[in-house]
Design a protein around this ligand. Structure first.
Ligand SMILES: Nc1ncnc2c1ncn2[C@@H]1O[C@H](COP(=O)(O)OP(=O)(O)O)[C@@H](O)[C@H]1O
Ligand SMILES: Nc1ccn([C@H]2C[C@H](O)[C@@H](COP(=O)(O)OP(=O)(O)O)O2)c(=O)n1
Length: 233
């Protein structure tokens, strides 16, 4: 038994395997799971649905407190609602993906969502795996374990493209997916407030040549090592 519920922060750019790895690790270790990208997507969906100009930071900031965003943290069935509406599907549209970097760069949005994330992490009785862009650096700087996933842009684009193809005809091609992904990473890494960054004390894993199963095992080993160290007097 560890001294307190373990908190794991997993950060990295798009398509590095954060969601798949975090969900599997949390399920196997009996922990909660929080997809913070889904929360930024949810607030972005609400802005678009309510006709807010997402390229006007003052307009976004003025209404950032309005939507009620609720995340369910069961790794086997994660949920996300806005004002009681299930938005798990709508938050994955290209419109939301294209607007989410602008909305999530607004400091008032980040303050609000960060608060929500800290509350959820503090209330997780069996510990939690939280994945995003700034979890190890800003949201949970005292996390017990910090992982930073990376992968070559080609691998990341191919993974994302494979997912989009599964959505049916009309999905963007590999080149377009690669370009959109690189543009979003640049925006997320370049913003002033809490950019995508590796925490100084995070373990970096390049997943380019690894299978998902290898990444999951690697992360579980890092967590078990940390738990062992916590138990030592
Ligand atoms: N190591 C890996 N090797 C091959 N495919 C992977 C690997 N990790 C994740 N994937 C696949 O890549 C896609 C994107 O992964 P995801 O976990 O959503 O990444 P992220 O959350 O970092 O954007 C998914 O279809 C997932 O199954
Ligand atoms: N902790 C976080 C998580 C996501 N974001 C923003 C930046 C990302 O481009 C979007 C969407 O994140 P998400 O994890 O869903 O992105 P993927 O498409 O899975 O790569 O949200 C953030 O600013 N901070």
């Amino acid at each position: 038994m560890s001294a307190h519920p373990v908190i794991v922060a997993i950060d990295g750019p798009s398509g590095t395997g954060k969601s798949s790895t975090s969900k599997a690790v949390a399920a196997r270790l009996g922990m909660g799971y929080l997809d913070t990208g889904a929360q930024y997507r949810a607030i972005t969906w609400w802005m678009l649905s309510n006709g807010v100009d997402v390229n006007d930071p003052a307009a976004v900031a003025a209404v950032s407190g309005k939507p009620d965003i609720v995340s369910g943290t069961d790794p086997l069935a994660p949920t996300i609602t806005v004002d009681g509406t299930d938005v798990a599907g709508p938050i994955r549209t290209p419109e939301v993906t294209g607007a989410v970097s602008a909305v999530s760069a607004v400091p008032a949005v980040r303050t609000r969502i960060t608060e929500l994330q800290r509350t959820i992490a503090a209330d997780a009785p069996g510990g939690i795996v939280v994945e995003g862009r700034d979890i190890g650096t800003t949201v949970l700087p005292d996390a017990d374990v910090k992982i930073f996933l990376t992968a070559a842009p080609e691998a990341r684009a191919a993974r994302r493209s494979g997912e989009l193809k599964a959505t049916g005809p009309g999905a963007p091609d590999l080149a377009a997916t690669r370009e959109a992904l690189i543009k979003r990473d640049a925006a997320d890494s370049g913003r002033k407030t809490s950019p995508l960054a590796k925490a100084g004390d995070a373990t970096e894993m390049d997943t380019t040549e690894l299978t998902l199963e290898q990444v999951i095992s690697c992360v579980i080993s890092v967590i078990e090592d940390a738990e062992r160290k916590q138990r030592l007097p």
